[in-house]
Design a protein around this ligand. Structure first.
Ligand code: BGC
Length: 513
């Protein structure tokens, strides 16, 4: 996203050509793979045959063969959670490396490398006979995700005609939620196949979109901005003609070249970001992804089946509940896409926060009353399961139309051009580390906090909702180039920006003296 080409008042001619449509499909495949790998592990780790093979002691506790001190603790195993979480560590590392490859070799090269990792990771997982194959497979998938998440959104925003850019940004999030839902469905339908080895199909199936992604990125062209960045100007011009479907591309081409020139002047984006006037942007770059993960949503994404089995649901019922919950996300994300520019970001953030909080309190009470601290249920009436699943659905809907998409959209809108890549890396990095922490510590937290786990995340939701209310300015309808005014006008952040301006003025005054 470069300079003037983000100005919504500016008209570059061009239409939605087949080449651009293919780009969008490829981007959707990238999101699907991320969502699939995100959603598949929780169901798999609740399957008996999988547990018996790789985690016999968890299986023994879960099947009641070995006593567990507490029902809430029967899935407590740091290796079990490492299977889910390892992906986010490697995604973090490769995301940082991928930014250099994306710049030097182009977006397409990064996507192809990501595609190779995806295919290898999915195959290794599907064929796993040892624990290391599971963990290494997940790590390879993580490398793929780091590459894809770094390159695909940039590629799409560079290829898309400017007026479709915002919608495409959120479509990436939509395809993530569809991928999660797909994984929930696959787990449900495959659990009993292959003589109880259905988990192999669940894990291996990830290779199908991965191959599509790999082959697709091989055939797609690199973006004009990336070609300009690597000084291949004539090629960039020809590509721009093809993707816009017109020869009238001079204005856009010149802006891409101008943006490239001005970005050359920002020699030290990381040091620049530490300056006082960027403090609001830096704080939001860190806190928004951190809070997004500490809503606790991924506890449900990754571990809903385990959570349900811990509170006494059967294996199939647990996987089915995950499917029902998974279906809520894409629908709610779609609603968010439709209303975000009407109601604004703050309204959605605050409404979503309150909705999640109420649900978390109800869940803590419902599980606390029925299971106490021992986790041993009485005879669960049918209505009880319906209420628990229903409340979780409302909670997930609250996330999926607020912190889910906005956790990515708002950061991408508020960074000034000169610090955008550095700030975006921080956002992705904090998101991955926070996801890792939640994924790794969930079973331990459930074991110790019990039903209080929901209160724990509820406290964070109170903090983040207050934070939005007080400190996150509205960005709805403000062109990216004019975004700096949201800080100038803000009662708190204005102090940082204004004092910097005053410092600069007084400094200039002193130097005149
Ligand atoms: C988050 C993921 C989450 C997904 C679910 C994304 O925005 O970053 O961690 O699982 O939304 O909708």
């Amino acid at each position: 996203m470069k300079g003037k080409d983000m100005d919504p008042t500016m008209k570059y001619p061009g239409k939605l050509t087949p080449r651009v449509v293919l780009t969008c499909l490829l981007a959707a495949t990238g999101g699907l793979i991320f969502g699939y790998d995100h959603g598949v592990s929780g169901g798999v780790t609740s399957m008996d045959s999988f547990l018996e093979k790789f985690f016999p002691s968890v299986y023994a506790r879960e099947a009641g063969m070995k006593p567990s001190s507490n029902q809430y603790c029967k899935f407590n195993s740091q290796i079990l959670t490492l299977f889910t979480s390892s992906l986010y560590l490697t995604a973090l590392i490769s995301g940082l490396g991928a930014s250099t490859i994306t710049r030097k070799l182009g977006r397409r090269a990064t996507m192809m490398i990501g595609g190779v990792f995806f295919v290898l990771g999915a195959l290794l997982n599907g064929l796993a006979i040892h624990m290391w194959m599971l963990i290494v497979g997940r790590m390879l998938l993580g490398f793929g995700i780091g590459c894809a998440n770094q390159s695909v959104p940039i590629y799409v925003s560079e290829m898309a005609p400017y007026k479709y850019r915002g919608a495409l940004n959120m479509c990436f999030q939509l395809s993530i939620t569809i991928g999660i839902f797909g994984a929930n469905l696959v787990n449900y339908y495959f659990v009993d196949l292959l003589n109880g080895q259905g988990w192999r199909l669940s894990l291996g199936l990830g290779a199908v979109p991965a191959v599509i992604f790999l082959v697709g990125s091989f055939f797609l062209p690199d973006s004009p901005s990336s070609l300009v960045e690597r000084d291949r100007l004539e090629e960039a011009k020809r590509e721009l003609v093809k993707i816009r479907g017109t020869h009238n591309i001079e204005a856009e081409f010149n802006d891409i070249v101008a943006a490239r020139e001005s970005s050359k002047h920002v020699k030290h984006p990381w040091a620049t970001l530490r300056q006082r006037k960027y403090r609001p942007q830096l704080v939001l770059a860190i806190l928004i992804p951190f809070f997004q993960q500490f809503t606790g949503l991924n506890v449900i994404t990754f571990y809903a089946p385990i959570l349900f089995r811990s509170i006494g649901f059967g294996s199939t019922a647990s996987l089915m509940s995950a499917v029902i919950i998974g279906s809520v996300k894409p629908v709610s994300t779609l609603i968010s896409i439709l209303v975000v520019d009407k109601f604004g970001r703050r309204t959605l953030f605050i409404e979503g926060g309150l909705q999640m909080l109420v649900c978390q309190i109800i869940m803590a009470i419902a599980i606390g009353i029925e299971f106490g601290t021992s986790g041993i249920p009485g005879k669960l009436p049918h209505w009880y399961s319906v209420v628990v699943v229903g409340v979780i659905c409302i909670y997930v809907a609250g996330f999926a139309w607020s912190w889910g998409p906005l956790g990515w959209l708002v950061p991408s809108e508020i960074y000034s051009l000169e610090v955008r890549p550095a700030a975006q890396s921080i956002t992705v990095g904090v998101n991955m580390i926070s996801t890792f922490i939640i994924a790794q510590l969930f079973t331990l937290m459930l074991c110790h906090l019990k039903f209080g786990l929901f209160i724990f995340f509820g406290c964070f939701v109170v903090i983040m909702t207050t934070f939005v209310y007080k400190l996150v300015p509205e960005t709805k309808g403000i062109p990216i180039e004019e975004m700096s005014r949201i800080w100038d006008d803000h009662p708190f952040w204005g102090r940082f920006v204004r004092s910097t301006e005053e410092d600069t003025k007084s400094h200039m005054g002193n130097s005149k003296c």
